[in-house]
Design a protein around this ligand. Sequence first.
Ligand code: C2E
Ligand code: CA
Ligand code: CA
Length: 526
Amino acid sequence: MPLSRALMRQATYPRRIAWSSVIFGSLFFILFTLILLTFTWHKRQHQHQQLLNDSRAALQHSLDALISNTLNPLLSFTRFDCHTISQELTSRAAFAENLRAILLVREGYAFCSSATGAFYLPLNAISEHTDLSRDQDLRLLSGTPLQPDKPAFALWLRNPHSAQSGVLATINLNLAPYQLLASYHPEISGMALVAQNTALTSWQPGLAANSELPPQPLMKQTLEGYPLQFVLYGDTLSMRDIHLIVLTGILLSLLVGGGCWLLLSLNRRPGKEILLGIKRGEFYVEYQPLISTLSGRAYGVEALLRWKHPSEGLIPPDMFISYAESLNLIIPLTRHLFELVARDAHRLNPYLPVGTHMSLNLSPLHLAAESFRQDVLRWIAAMPDNHFNYVFEVTERTMVRDKNAGEIFAWLHENNIQIAIDDFGTGHSALIYLEKYPFDYLKIDRGFVQSIGTQTLNSPVLDAVLHLANKLELKTVAEGVETGEQAAWLVKHGVSHMQGYLFSRPLQPDRLIDYYRCRSLATMAG
Ligand code: C2E
Ligand code: CA
Ligand code: CA
């Protein structure tokens, strides 16, 4: 992929990384909550099933035990008189758990009670719906004669040898132990024991008709051998479960999104290419001679940064400079330029005459930076002593951007650094700045120079610019001079300095040394 596209893509990385992280975090949230909700749903369902099993088993066990241990042996007692067996009856009832009373029934009449001894009452008066023709019958009673407000079971066991005779046990009914088991599950709102048409519920004291029960039970189970159902009401998942899962999901997805952002930022940090390029030494500097029209000789050089990317090859400075500026990397890049120029300068030192101008292009962003003065002083300290004249080339953008431009320029002058206004005439309202700031050089953009001699243009703008420069006593440097015709025109119009392929292309240090050697040989020969 051409680097231009790669650079474009990189420039949008911060937004893309943010979006990727948001999408990643959201996907994680959805997935996490879905999985955890499903998992918790199954877990709760299993727990509810277990709870129901345990409750049903406990009730079943106590009924079974009551029948086989206490009630069955009493069936034969229905033949006897109450006074002969009442003591036995009472003691059996006393030892059986949850038993309220045992009644002996003969021919439809209860004649003996474990609680009150002998009496005589139709059984239907005690348990209206008990079906005496059945071998076993279980009903819910809203109360018994001695405890009319406390619901109970009426468990009927028929004596197989005698019609309408048998034992009726009234059993205390209490959902509290099962509610205690369910209290760990806030999602279970209630439970009920349903026998035929009536139900004992956890939410009201007396009995309720089946029709009054909530329509959607959570789960139910029938007791084996009894017309009795244990029913749970509520939701599979509690609000607490949902809140916890969603909250954990949000927290974790924030973490995941943040982690993703960090990872992507570190890995695909925009401008990483430039910083890597600096580290790997992919940047170098070429120097283009600046020619004085009076002497026809080089009076200085302009340092132009180059980037040789390992896979992309040479990248035009116009592209990587503005890219570095957009990512706030121009300062490290210019510091690197300072280092490279200082290193080259020590090598060039013996070949370039004392007083040679060393012209550097500076970005307005760097000029406005806090570190600027320190960076410049450090650079000058690293340069060979008393050899070069320093010139900083700045564009009009500097003046537009920085309200303190005047102060910075003054500081540069104090430190013997001259200022050239670069690309003059390409920006806006450049003329204002010419008067306002103390420039030493005015660099005429190569666009103007290249228009010299074309039939379409008589260069009136260039004429005006040169006239103005003369008036303001500014030295002019014409950039991009490629032909003798252009050079002649410029000389004729009083341009004092030139730069362009006509004289030399930008050169690497070795070639620049050759350039200076040739010139001095030519001078000596001349
Ligand atoms: P610039 O400061 O106007 O630099 C002059 C440009 O004109 C250079 O392009 C140079 O190679 C080119 N040039 C010189 N003579 C001729 C000629 O006769 N004909 C033509 N067609 N071109 C000529 P380059 O090196 O590609 O640099 C382009 C721009 O990149 C520079 O324009 C400058 O704005 C920026 N740049 C280069 N190096 C640096 C740097 O170290 N720092 C900063 N901030 N900007 C730099
Ligand atoms: Ca320049
Ligand atoms: Ca220029």
